[in-house]
Design a protein around this ligand. Structure first.
Ligand code: GUN
Ligand code: FE
Length: 543
């Protein structure tokens, strides 16, 4: 590929590369990448690498490549409820809107129809990795994993097209798994806290089903051609243990989930194999927090409920984390668990505004989640937009804790009163000093939002060695974005998307195009979606 590429580096930095040359190998991994190759040096650069110019796919002006989005928290079984129930807060919403819909997944025909669409939809929105919650049903959850298989078979037909356009060497066999995702049934065994029609029989049954599902997912075929070239076969679908939240689980069930994770980790043949991931909800809504502490009187905090059951680990994804105390933040940091920030849902269910800036300053791992259908959009673009708004709300309303009093927009000491009202003139071009300052109670920069939706999410899902950014050895999970409309560069996006000028101007234009895409783009701009180098979705996928 030759053209514009943007890849995150860390929460403050990205690399915007208007003249990047990237080679994708037969495994779907990036073989090598040259950040900057002038057009008149292209032939020379290629011949040094043993390629010729006819092998190159050139991106047009207004087109660029970014890493696929990583949705660190979403409920596959709630897609059929999108847009419903926004008048409720969490616990009533679960009771009146969510549990009745999830219970419908006992019907396997419905599950089949729904889950296929879920995977298709999220791919076309540019999400190449999802941490999915399913329902408590074992058989329906197997179908969620199978849905990816069905799309994978269809995908093998598409593969010829991919070879023609990108000249990525073919694999000998069909690809069975199209999305790097985790799927797992929810554990919900606590009598009295879930409706009788949507409750597991016992902790024992819940754990047995979970264990069975792990084995089932493990039997799903890896990308077999990888084995033939000597790379360890790595399945794209991986299990993740999913105690729904403390309220819906008994202590016996939470402890059993810890034991399952431990047993799995001990049985790994290769230390490089991923350790078992765990996902759950934490401290989303004030009523939920209070009730949790009533149900677990021995725990000093919500986070401690999970910690005393051995569930806070560096492979744990904690969704929401809106109302954590200082001690909980410390504990989560110590355990190296990650946070999935779900701003659309947090607004929609009136849960609150998570202090994401503070989590970043504390060095916690943070990614973004759509939390469908607490969140009403399947698109990570919407999560990015609401993460931005959430940070602006925090910057206008949050009263800083005493330890944070020395932070202000101007870099001078501010008292809490000053920060209650919005700063009148926030710097539009951050100075170097400002760009090194803290995130707490400040609006998040575009670079940070982009990072959260990609590399930040990869860290949260323990996949940062593999996905989230572009570098040699990482998987080519990517989106080809175009901000040109059908007629060329006119229309809403304006003529100025074109950039014929010097490198610095090109770079600025590229950054601007990305910003505009993140804030006012949608799936019409997502032309092609690749997972592990394979075309699996996007506007041009079916054409
Ligand atoms: N807490 C427990 N279950 C759920 C759920 O389905 N969605 C959200 N947003 N929070 C939860
Ligand atoms: Fe959720």
């Amino acid at each position: 590929l030759y053209g514009s590429v943007i890849t995150p580096v860390d929460p403050r930095t990205w690399k915007a590369l208007p003249q990047c040359l990237m080679a994708i190998g037969s495994t779907g991994n990036i073989d090598w990448m040259l950040d900057h190759v002038e057009e008149n040096k292209l032939a020379e650069a290629l011949s040094q690498k043993g390629y010729v110019t006819s092998q190159v796919v050139y991106l047009k002006d207004g087109e660029f490549i970014i890493p696929g989005f990583i949705d660190t928290h979403t409920h596959a079984a709630q897609f059929p409820n999108l847009g419903k129930g926004g008048q409720y807060e969490l616990l009533d919403w679960l009771k009146h809107v969510t549990f009745p819909k999830e219970a419908e997944f006992a019907d396997l025909d419905f599950a089949k129809e729904a889950y296929y669409d879920v995977v298709r939809r999220s791919l076309d929105c540019g999400t190449t990795t999802s941490c999915y919650y399913a329902t408590l049903h074992l058989d329906a959850t197997k179908i969620l994993a199978d849905a990816t298989s069905r799309l994978g078979k269809r995908f093998s037909v598409r593969y010829a097209y991919l070879r023609l356009t990108l000249r990525i060497p073919t694999r000998s066999t069909s690809i069975h798994w199209i999305e790097l995702l985790s799927s797992q049934k929810c554990n919900m065994d606590r009598t009295g806290e879930s409706p009788e029609y949507y409750l597991e029989k016992s902790a024992e049954q819940s754990l047995a089903d979970t264990s069975f599902l792990i084995s089932y997912i493990r039997t799903l075929p890896p990308i077999s051609s990888h084995a033939s070239i000597g790379t360890a076969p790595e399945p794209l679908v991986q299990p993740i243990l999913t105690p729904r939240f403390a309220i819906s689980c008994t202590s016996e069930c939470l402890g059993g989930i810890r034991d399952l994770a431990d047993r799995h980790d001990r049985q790994r043949r290769d230390p490089k194999e991923p350790r078992m991931r765990i996902q759950t909800h934490i401290s989303e809504n004030r009523g939920e927090v209070e009730y949790t502490l009533k149900l677990y009187p021995d725990a000093g905090s919500y986070a401690q409920v999970y910690d005393m059951h051995g569930l806070l680990r560096d492979t744990t994804v904690l969704a929401h984390a809106v109302h954590l105390t200082d001690d909980e933040i410390r504990l989560i940091k110590e355990r190296r668990a990650g946070i999935s920030h779900c701003p659309t849902s947090n607004f929609n269910l009136r849960s609150g505004v998570a202090p994401v800036g503070r989590y970043l300053d504390e060095g916690l791992k943070v990614g973004l989640g759509t939390d469908v259908s607490g969140g009403y959009s399947t698109s990570m673009l919407n999560a990015i937009q609401n993460a931005s708004i959430a940070s602006k709300v925090a910057s206008m309303t949050n009263i800083p804790s005493p330890a944070l009093r020395d932070i202000s927009h101007s870099g001078t000491v501010a008292n809490s009163k000053q920060l209650v009202s919005p700063p009148t003139t926030p710097p539009s071009e951050p100075t170097e000093e400002a760009s090194n300052s803290r995130f707490t109670n400040r609006q998040l920069p575009i670079q940070t939002l982009f990072y959260l939706a990609t590399l930040g999410g990869a860290h949260v899902c323990s996949l940062s060695q593999k996905i989230g950014s572009f570098s040699p050895g990482k998987s080519f999970d990517a989106l080809l974005v175009s901000v040109l409309d059908e007629k060329g560069a006119i229309g809403v996006w304006g003529r100025e998307v074109k950039c014929d000028s010097d490198l610095e101007t090109k770079r600025k234009k590229l950054e601007e195009n990305l910003e505009r895409f993140l804030f006012c783009g949608d799936d019409r701009n997502i032309q092609k979606v690749y997972v592990q180098g394979c075309l699996v979705g996007g506007k041009l996928f079916g054409q």
